[in-house]
Design a protein around this ligand. Structure first.
Ligand code: B3K
Ligand code: ZN
Length: 863
């Protein structure tokens, strides 16, 4: 496949100022007429041919300034259209194309989902609708006329503001015209046509403009759209407050569809969502679903400024909109919920997804320098590590200077396609600081290691900390390290260090030593508070030090980190003798004094690192069965050691009968702790645990409680489990999003029978290989949540996933490629399993007619 390189970026030779689209929707034969007002780009090459992108479309008609072109002047194919000698003045092209939305299983371009016409254009789907300069630095003003059958598609939505609508005389068809005054790249284009119900509310912006905000869902599901609408309104108000960003159109529409490749898409004024991230009710959605809906609704809305008003010059700059927007949605969720709890959740995701990616064959810089298929670069690195970079910038500059830099960035780049350099320049100007060193964070793949050594001098009452950073191939990075010293009674506030400002030391050299004065006793350093930089921290902290931090660190993140570190050391055999009991006692003390004050935090303190976290910690020669056994052992021990307290907590946190449901963070936190307690109790005493789980499944008034109990029961083989699974499947037979949870839960069972279970579920009437949510639930979740069965020593788990990748590829290459990335950590495995994983990858690679998406991941995975 052809490689695209950042260093080869050239401005487009032509620009398209205005686009007038006329889309006549039809099930099998949709016609699109595109009138493009083109002109040569002064920044491009004069006299260059006009090369428009296309992908699987048929050209029906083509006119230049109203005249048909001579056959010699143009070359057209389904994958492109070239005008060999376009005019050197402004001109108008009219292009008519034909496409089949019903045959579009790739879910890129215009397709149908459950009878609804919808589009997905990022990164390069617009070229599946019409021939175009499908690149993010070509910004145009769009007017879109949509026409459709009145019964099939009574609702017609486009970007921007509604202009006009009415019947098409003499037919059963009608039309709507939408105009978007904000110039945008083609990837932000969208339209929707279908039968949709809606909930809506007005929003008044800080500029006094009234916006009609609406969420559109399958008719009959309106009641489940209320939370998404509420989240949208809160996100709009928050972006005004926190970033000074107001909305800029008369309407804001969100549409939920059931077939969608990702979570959602930020099309201008018309966000299209995977319905999983819109629909919610107590009966069908978990607290995690509510939190995701809130975050993703906000994320797509925030793109209106970070992505749409200021877009990306090229796809190498993807983190410019994605990293920044993730940072913005994380801040929003932190404000809506508990900041400490949310930070821990963010870091858990970063470590579970981004760190392994960065340690494996798919590692790439936050700003990649080359790609074969851009859709394979919507990664945890671009998104989550990209967000960490923005967070570090704020830590380095302080909140006020950071805010001034953001204002400057938006002001100077509004209406432009910008670069990472433009972003950093705004902060350099706002702060007067040279950020060239900081820019290195965007350029180098891999997770830096930060090792720290402490030395106490009792005579001088000083404590010296020596920091060393390393990232092969990279210069020293600028690493903000939030830190403090902790003693047996808590923070050592008397200790001071002139290199630490506002609790932050900035490491800029490969190694450096700082010294604290007035340190009365040997302290425990609390390092990287709040996870102030995305690095792997290596310290010589012993178990006793970690117990001190767990008990006394004023930084909640590092308390949690201390608990995680202890658990990891216990599971990897690195802990000192007696630590297991001491750890149990520490958790007991914590539960006695703090659990009820902050249940959400307590649930996190109790949650053991996942098997994947342990594998990443071990780093080589991984045997998933041994990790599983070690983790089970620790779960059992904690369940037994804490049993009395866990039962008491469950009772204390029981929902009073008749209490109404609230998805808020406090209520969710109580449910989380109650269910974390059940999980540990069941580990120690499966018989009682199974009975209690079965009872909770029956009595539960929320999906959170029902699913958590089912998850506990699913780990306990026996008739009760099978009955409960069957009953759940029957109860939600008509709720695909709930069945997804049921599919995923069964795929996660760490038993030999799971492969057969998955095979059987693939024939379930609700399962379908064309629906990405179903595929992700039953197959995509398997390698992530079931390491022992995925990496079975007989290779059958790898074969299952590889077969699914090959079966999916002709249907939906993006989803197939994503599934294939689950092999990303194969090099960590012990040699026997590693060889089998490699064979599965080689088998895929040797398959002819692979999509570019899958071929790219397969090639990089074994390289
Ligand atoms: N920008 C989209 C992702 C598009 C993915 C294209 N393969 C959703 C988001 O990040 O908001
Ligand atoms: Zn995004």
């Amino acid at each position: 496949p052809q490689t695209v390189r950042l260093e080869e970026y050239r401005p487009s030779d032509h620009l398209i100022d205005r686009v007038e689209l006329d889309v006549r929707l039809d099930d099998r034969e949709t016609r699109v007429s595109a009138v493009l007002a083109l002109r040569p780009n002064p920044a491009g090459e004069a006299g260059a041919a006009l090369r428009l992108d296309g992908d699987e479309i048929d050209l029906v008609a083509l006119e230049l300034d109203g005249a048909v072109l001579a056959p010699d002047d143009v070359t057209a194919s389904p994958s492109g259209l070239v005008l060999h000698a376009p005019p050197s003045r402004p001109f108008v092209l009219r292009i008519e194309t034909r496409l089949d939305p019903s045959a579009n299983t790739k879910l890129m371009g215009l397709y149908r989902s459950g009878g609804v016409y919808c589009t997905q254009c990022e990164a390069d789907g617009f070229r599946r609708i019409t021939y175009f300069l499908d690149r993010p630095d070509v910004l145009s003003v769009y007017t879109t006329r949509i026409e459709a059958d009145r019964d099939e598609a009574p609702v017609l939505l486009g970007n921007g503001n509604p202009v006009e609508a009415g019947p098409v005389p003499g037919t059963n068809r009608h039309f709507a015209v939408w105009h978007d005054p904000h110039p945008k790249p083609a990837y932000l284009f969208a339209l929707v046509g279908g039968r949709l119900g809606r909930v809506s509310a007005p929003f008044t912006t800080m500029e006094g403009r009234t916006v009609e905000v609406a969420v559109h869902v399958e008719p009959g599901r309106e009641a489940r759209a209320g939370y998404a609408l509420d989240a949208t309104l809160r996100a709009m108000a928050w972006d005004e407050r926190a970033f000074g960003r107001a909305y800029d159109l008369d309407v804001f529409n969100v549409v939920a569809v059931s077939d969608f490749n990702m979570g959602a898409m930020e099309n201008k004024g018309l966000n299209i969502f995977n319905d999983k991230y819109v629909l919610a009710s107590a009966e069908t959605a978990t607290d995690a679903d509510y939190a995701n809906i809130e975050a993703i609704i906000a994320h797509e809305y925030f793109h209106n400024w970070s992505g749409n008003r200021v877009t990306c010059r090229d796809w190498f700059q993807l983190c410019l909109k994605e990293g920044l927007t993730v940072f913005r949605d994380q801040e929003f969720s932190s404000d809506m919920r508990s900041r400490a709890v949310h930070r821990i959740a963010e870091v858990r995701t970063l470590r579970a997804r981004q760190f392994p990616e960065d340690a494996g064959p798919l590692s790439h810089p936050v700003r990649p320098r080359q790609y074969a298929e851009i859709n394979n670069f919507y990664t945890a690195t671009v998104y989550e590590k990209g967000a960490e970079i923005v967070r570090m910038l704020r830590t380095l500059l302080g909140a006020d200077t950071f805010a001034a830099g953001m204002d400057r960035y938006f002001a100077e780049n509004d209406g432009r396609a910008a670069t990472v350099e433009d972003f950093l320049a705004a902060f350099a100007q706002a702060s007067g600081r040279d950020l060239a060193g900081f820019a290195q964070w965007y350029e180098h793949p891999g997770t830096p290691r930060l090792s720290v050594e402490g030395r106490y001098d009792a005579q001088a009452r000083t404590y010296a900390l020596t920091f060393r950073q390393s990232l092969p191939g990279a210069p020293a990075l600028m690493i903000p390290i939030a830190l403090g010293l902790v003693g047996p009674q808590g923070a050592l506030d008397g200790a001071t260090c002139d290199r630490v400002r506002d609790g932050i030391f900035v490491l800029e050299m490969a190694s450096d030593t700082i010294t604290f004065e007035n340190v009365e006793a040997p302290p425990v350093p609390s390092l990287l508070r709040g996870f102030s930089a995305p690095v792997r921290l290596e310290t010589a902290l012993g178990d006793v030090d970690r117990l001190t931090l767990l008990a006394h660190d004023p930084d909640p993140f590092n308390r949690w980190q201390a608990a995680q570190g202890l658990a990891l050391r216990l599971m990897t055999g690195a802990a000192e003798p007696g630590t297991r009991e001491a750890y149990g006692r520490a958790l007991a003390g914590f539960l006695d004094t703090e659990a009820l004050a902050d249940p959400a935090f307590a649930a996190l303190i109790l949650a053991l690192p996942g098997e994947g976290d342990v594998a990443n910690e071990i780093g080589e020669g991984v045997d998933p069965d041994r990790i599983h056994a070690a983790r089970e052992d620790l779960r059992r021990h904690l369940g037994a050691a804490l049993g009395v307290r866990l039962s008491a907590l469950r009772a204390a946190l029981a929902e009073p009968p008749g209490a109404g449901f609230s998805p808020d963070a406090a209520s969710a936190g109580r449910r989380a702790l109650r269910n974390a307690a059940l999980d540990l109790l069941a580990a120690a005493d499966p018989e009682t645990g199974a009975a209690e789980a079965a009872a909770q499944i029956e009595s539960a008034s929320t999906m959170t409680d029902r699913l958590a109990a089912l998850a506990v029961l699913s780990l306990i083989p026996g008739a009760a489990r099978e009955q409960a699974l069957d009953a759940f499947g029957a109860r939600y037979a008509d709720e695909p999003l709930v069945l997804d949870k049921w599919f995923a839960l069964q795929a996660a069972i760490p038993e030999a029978g799971t492969l057969a279970r998955i095979a059987a579920l693939r024939t379930h009437p609700a399962f379908s290989m064309t629906n990405p949510n179903r595929v992700r639930a039953l197959i995509g979740s398997f390698p992530l949540s079931n390491p022992t069965q995925f990496a079975r020593p007989d290779g059958a788990g790898f074969a299952l996933v590889a077969d699914a990748v090959l079966a999916l590829d002709p249907i939906n290459p993006q989803i197939a490629a994503k599934l294939l990335t689950s092999f990303g950590s194969w090099r960590l495995l012990e040699p026997g399993r590693g060889r089998l994983a490699r064979e599965a990858l080689e088998r895929i690679r040797a398959t002819p007619t692979l999509s570019r998406d899958v071929a790219d991941i397969a090639a990089r995975s074994v390289a």
